[in-house]
Design a protein around this ligand. Sequence first.
Ligand SMILES: Nc1nc2c(c(=O)[nH]1)N[C@H]1C(S)=C(S)[C@@H](COP(=O)(O)OP(=O)(O)OC[C@H]3O[C@@H](n4cnc5c(N)ncnc54)[C@H](O)[C@@H]3O)O[C@H]1N2
Ligand code: MOO
Length: 399
Amino acid sequence: MSAASGMPRLSWEQARESAYAAAGVLPTTRVELSAAVGRVLAEPVVALCEVPHYASSAMDGWAVRGPGPWVLRAAARDAPALEAGEARAIVTGGLIPEGADAVLRSEVGDVVSGGSDATGRRLLRSSVTPWIGQHIRPRGEEFGRGEVGIDAGARLNPAHIAVAAACGVDEVAVRARARVSLVFTGDEVVTHGIPAPGTVRDSFGPQLPAFVELLGAEVAGQTRIGDDHGALVRALSTEASAHDVIITTGGTGDSSADHLRGALDRLGAHVLIDGVAMRPGGPSIMARLDDGRLLIGLPGNPLAAMMGLLTLAAPVLAALADTGLPELSRVRLGAPVAAGRGETRLIPFRLVGSQAEPSTYTGSAMLRGLADASGVLVCVNSGSAVGDEVEFVPLPWVR
Ligand SMILES: Nc1nc2c(c(=O)[nH]1)N[C@H]1C(S)=C(S)[C@@H](COP(=O)(O)OP(=O)(O)OC[C@H]3O[C@@H](n4cnc5c(N)ncnc54)[C@H](O)[C@@H]3O)O[C@H]1N2
Ligand code: MOO
């Protein structure tokens, strides 16, 4: 049982699923191509024109019709179609003139010295007879007009953006990125330098925004307050009110310095998750504020907070962005994991060869295990032996 509310702690699996189920999909949004890398496409990109949209030359040289020699025509706008035995200079990417059936590369053709035949026309000669279509990029060879260029659901990479541009598209519909407000609490937290005994160096301010962004959201606000009920109520009710989700750090306990529960109570919030049967991160909280927004309360201990983030915030942000409950992977253990005390143990591990070596730095304030980790093992309460296959949570910065 959670000490404060009497609500039962959820299992780790239930907590992830409840967090995912609690959030509804945000409306999709349209963004310019230049801002779309990394976003998830909500609607397919359809070619608005054929790609390429005109037949073009793949080489510098001459557009020709039929076998040579060819009479060289001036390259002019609105020039008439090429007749058999005629050629016109062309550059790479140039529009193939009407009537042309191939391009002769500049390296294999000669404009005859003296430059003319009996009638004074310049002639192009070559030992090569180009085959029909040679060095011509046909119109529509990559995409037909109306063809799907990129499927919905793709995470857009730079090459996708180039495809969309070639398809004549200026904006794409992407899944929304939740706007997150961060509220850091703690009188003892210092943000610079070496902390004095009794104070702690802030481990959240410099990395939590980036971590949240790696989870597919956008940090829209950050507030830092002391251990103060009124300040927390104000921060939750006003400063953060414009955003989709609020994530707080610290103050999840029941001591006189912990104000999250009191603030949630004061704001009439509905606590959805009050504690998760996991270690570290057990005191993590999730609540719905009276206007419907979700709040995730992470414990103050640094590793505990990161585990709360992966367990509750990652599913919420994924649900808002409609990207599916984050998948778990599996790995074989290279060392045993001791039984828990009635809860799931989340243990950072390093992949050594093909096996997981659990970190020995598992204390809820310890960070070095996670810093070097390949992922976070989800260890069942009964413990696991060498060679057992165990689920793990992938880390968004590990590829
Ligand atoms: N009597 C009990 N005490 C505690 C229990 C319990 O069940 N009974 N649970 C422990 C567990 S588990 C955790 S986790 C923590 C949760 O603490 P809070 O969420 O209330 O967080 P704080 O008390 O504010 O801070 C805990 C710890 O974290 C440090 N902290 C806070 N903010 C930062 C920061 N920005 N950067 C670095 N470190 C931070 C803070 O100084 C404390 O050392 O409660 C246990 N206690
Ligand atoms: O959740 Mo606490 O992290 O066990 O210290």
